[in-house]
Design a protein. Sequence first.
Lengths: 337, 337, 330, 330
Amino acid sequence: MNGPADGGPPPNLDRERLLHHLDTMWRIRAFEEAALRGLADGHVRGAIHPSIGQEAVATAVCLNLARADLLLSTHRGHGHTLAKGADAQAMMRELFGREGGTCGGKGGSMHIADFSVGMLGANGVVSANIPIAVGAAHAIRLRGGTEIVACLFGDGAINRGPFLEGLNWAKIFHLPVLFVCEDNGWSATTRTADLTAGEGAAARAQSLGIPAQILDGNDALALDEAARAAIDDVRAGEGPRLLHVRTYRITGHTAADAAPYRDAAEVEAWRGRDPIRRLADALAHAGVDAARLEEARTRAEAEMADVLANAAAAPWPAPEAAYADVQDIGDPAVRAF
Amino acid sequence: MNGPADGGPPPNLDRERLLHHLDTMWRIRAFEEAALRGLADGHVRGAIHPSIGQEAVATAVCLNLARADLLLSTHRGHGHTLAKGADAQAMMRELFGREGGTCGGKGGSMHIADFSVGMLGANGVVSANIPIAVGAAHAIRLRGGTEIVACLFGDGAINRGPFLEGLNWAKIFHLPVLFVCEDNGWSATTRTADLTAGEGAAARAQSLGIPAQILDGNDALALDEAARAAIDDVRAGEGPRLLHVRTYRITGHTAADAAPYRDAAEVEAWRGRDPIRRLADALAHAGVDAARLEEARTRAEAEMADVLANAAAAPWPAPEAAYADVQDIGDPAVRAF
Amino acid sequence: MAITTYLAASTRALAEEMERDPAVWALGEDLGRGGVFGQYKGLQQRFGAARIADTPISEACIMGAAVGAALAGTRPVVEMRFSDFALCATDELINQAAKARFMFGGQAKVPLVARQPVGMWRSSAAQHSQSLEAWYAHVPGLVVVAPGTPADNLGLLKSAIRADDPVVYLEHKDLWAAEGEVPDAEHLVPIGVADTAREGRDLTIVTWSGMRRRCLEAAGTLAAEGIEAEVIDLRTLWPWDRDRVLASVERTRRLLVVHEAVTVAGFGAEIAAFVAEHLHARLAAPVRRLGAPRIPVAYAPPLEDMARVSPEAIVAAARATTAPAAAIAS
Amino acid sequence: MAITTYLAASTRALAEEMERDPAVWALGEDLGRGGVFGQYKGLQQRFGAARIADTPISEACIMGAAVGAALAGTRPVVEMRFSDFALCATDELINQAAKARFMFGGQAKVPLVARQPVGMWRSSAAQHSQSLEAWYAHVPGLVVVAPGTPADNLGLLKSAIRADDPVVYLEHKDLWAAEGEVPDAEHLVPIGVADTAREGRDLTIVTWSGMRRRCLEAAGTLAAEGIEAEVIDLRTLWPWDRDRVLASVERTRRLLVVHEAVTVAGFGAEIAAFVAEHLHARLAAPVRRLGAPRIPVAYAPPLEDMARVSPEAIVAAARATTAPAAAIAS
Ligand SMILES: Cc1ncc(C[n+]2csc(CCOP(=O)(O)OP(=O)(O)O)c2C)c(N)n1
Ligand SMILES: Cc1ncc(C[n+]2csc(CCOP(=O)(O)OP(=O)(O)O)c2C)c(N)n1
Ligand SMILES: [Mg+2]
Ligand SMILES: [Mg+2]
């Protein structure tokens, strides 16, 4: 499927569906921008890794999952979590470390999780979510479930051992996992290409017999179709699939990183490929009202402004909560020293 | 290059060179058989992993290395170590845990090492030798040396993360490493194919941009040529290479393993492809004296019988040696508690 | 009651729990052939290859997959073969398994058992002989169990499998063949409760795992000299049975902790420090620890023995602790 | 003397040693951009990308390659970014680096420095806040260093790089910006020698790393109450300076060990146990430890603070130890 840059949207474009994608992408962007304001205001205390510019990946993958499907994410996981259906308010409270956060303030941005929507956790350790995803899929198989597992990770993650171990495992056990390498070109402050032998995620997956394709991560239409097809295959019991998605991180690595190491021209070029604008243009070409498209943005921004204000007003968790949720046997609430 | 099975040896076969290979292969086999006797007699106390049937790999790789080149080996490393030039007597003493062992009795079979011939150690942890090999090559590069590093590992090792991390590293830093996957079809008591996605070591190396080839590990002639060519490339600064060598472990995983899980027919078929006999046949076809060929065996057996007897007569290391070679700062000889 | 080995007890424990609860499964290398020591023998035939899963040599993924499988509702039993190889899965055990429940604010638990055979056996050298229980006791979120008898290996492994926490389960390689009485009926040993293996009035010896036997042997020798040692086998290292230990030392006024691991920063330090903190005034002699010197374990028997705690060394330490000269001038 | 930060001191240390010895090099992620905290800033420009090597995100290979590079004659300085990520390289550090020299019978040494920034900073949560020094002190073959001041970070990092042993080098993340006087001339601090940060007669506080500051702050408060605490910063955890500690406690008759790590099985247990073993009769109060509860570190500030050892808690523990009621009825 082609985007408008390639001569206009396809005739059978599903407007309602894609408007939902657009709404979701705007919500992700507005959430990230709100979180950045929260950080500037001193409310977000830990590091955050914004996904601005990568919204199409989260949306294409997560909106094609069922609620019961499972998702394993990374340090750059706000978009994935939101698209999987987590409550933005609870997420922002988590970033603020407040009561009512998805993890009660214990995890923060890097450990955000919402099991009620199948989101089994971001991860502070690069690549560590891959074996966990594979194990979750293994559990589904053992109990004869029909859910699948989606596992997102960055381009830097494919140089750690768990990438190999997890993909090999998923293949030999023929598990229902969709691997998605969100290739934004950078591993923190270093260009990933300089650290990566060969052609990257897709080539490595293929060497393990896992079907894989390389996609434009800023083309929401094409991604939606590819993700849907891959998810269908995985759900049909055809074993794991990998999508190697090329995109770009518009901000620095963390919100605190001004990213002086990058070429301004490179950033500008990618701003020109903004996935949200591209989808909006496609929808406009397909006849969607400009007002509706504008509304997608303003509604998302209004929602996240509320979310931000509400989070700032939320109480702190009770200090004693630090002793809860550790373990049943040898519970620190009983004996911590 | 073709072996005799394919219609006779090549006309320009280098007899002296290949007799040296034959001698070395017989020495390896005789060493392993002596070690098995040592185990049966209660002299070898720890586990040993015999390499009977895999002698051509050790010989082809190690005899094409210079003495100054470095070698990293595995738990199944007697053959590699011997072929790299280590003293059989010191090796057997090490297996016996006696004074004069290559490691003074501290390491045993799984940690055998002889730095004087560039053999930087077997390893008790599968795949752990790969990053070490890569680092040794990195050190050579840093000091502008011309040596190369050979790193041997089993087919089971390619499913551990360090395989990926090490190969990726070698490629991006363009290091002088020859990787050799000694694929004997088994990972301890489990058939490796059942645990391995895709086509294995060569395919994975190629996905990382590392030139790789699949070879018959029981064809000493072909292996010699391939190893020499690969080593030439590596030494010429062309970066890492991988040889994926198919062979077979005639014994069980350890000397204590009767390997009842294997098909007798499979073992018989591989006995029929004995690499030593194949090379001897090729040399016979090329006109080498039957007596010389027989001598290769008897001399090796006599040498190893001596080695065995001598090791059995060697004294134990002094118990206090357990406190030496630990560390300089915080030396346990000064303070161990 | 029947006489059974420590190994067979563990096989029975896993089989019983797999029978009882379909969510229980095991994963590791070579399990289909019985596992490296034979402790899984017959289980794949009985429960199928899906529930006794042969994995690649991928320790990080074995442990990481177990975390995911636990989060997703099953109860995996992980086999690490040798505790030394669990060091290939440290991130997965420490940063993931131990912390997931807490980081996620209690949204899920991680009911996994990480079996890691520990200790010296014979000429296994530095990469196949370690005892690192002190590490795991230090990590919030983990339960640490180290059975020393066949009955305990039955009853504790069953309890560990039923626990909703990640349990580091340390079987001792030198005990596989050890025999002992094991109840025929269902047998559960509660986690966190020590076993007083021998009663005595003169000093308290606290130990666990492979050293239980050595301490009992030493206690026999000591008894012949008129020294009655109480031997407490902790069985669980976190949470360890402080009440039992404090009550015993309160009575005997002397403590000797014996373990196979390196003494420095070993778990004996925790016990000795804790007892010194709580019973200082009551002690008739300084607390005392006996463990291995801070050296790697060597291959050659005479060198390996230098890292072994022998019954003779235990007897000597006990004698020194109970000698009148050790008493505190008070 | 000039005022410098803990961070700048470490940059200077590495630069001086790289200047002095061409075999020294550093490897880790993002070093070319200065490293995650800026501690490598300018070094790649100065020494080139070969000697300040930017690596893939491959902790196991970073550590493993350093072992190989050390065995092959160079002196690698490994950067692990956060000590938590060193858990992705545990086999390489524990089974390989620490044991290679011994297993190979002394044929080679492994001169590597494994820099692992430790400790709580702010809202970094459970996977970026750990202090696991007790683990490394327990492992034969390793040296363990934990500087608490800029001058010590200069002098100890230089000594660590010159050491022929694998050194686990624990910088504290909360100290990067801390300032202090640092000699202009070459400055080497010997490994294994403690620093008496403050003298006192009433009790001995033994501490290290980030807790040095907190203990000195507490000692100030205590002094105002008439309690004179001696504060010993160990600086090196293996080999720790026992003579200094024993001599001090011999004088003060009271010991308080303070560390940021979890108390249970923390390195404080070793010190407390050792002092109790050696100075039992001399102690006027039981040995005492102060560390974190056995809980993971949380993200939200009020929860995170529950895992923090505060100067107030130190003051309270010191008061309790020196209170007449703490004295042992003798
Ligand atoms: C094992 C490990 N090593 C290093 C880090 C530090 N780190 C956090 S994110 C990151 C870069 C990851 O790059 P990539 O996987 O491409 O994800 P991106 O940040 O680009 O989304 C690094 C190095 C970590 N969290 N875990
Ligand atoms: C990390 C690790 N896991 C497991 C083991 C136990 N083990 C020793 S050898 C071996 C099989 C290795 O198979 P392969 O790599 O093919 O070598 P081979 O024995 O066939 O020569 C296993 C599983 C180990 N030593 N290290
Ligand atoms: Mg990236
Ligand atoms: Mg094999």
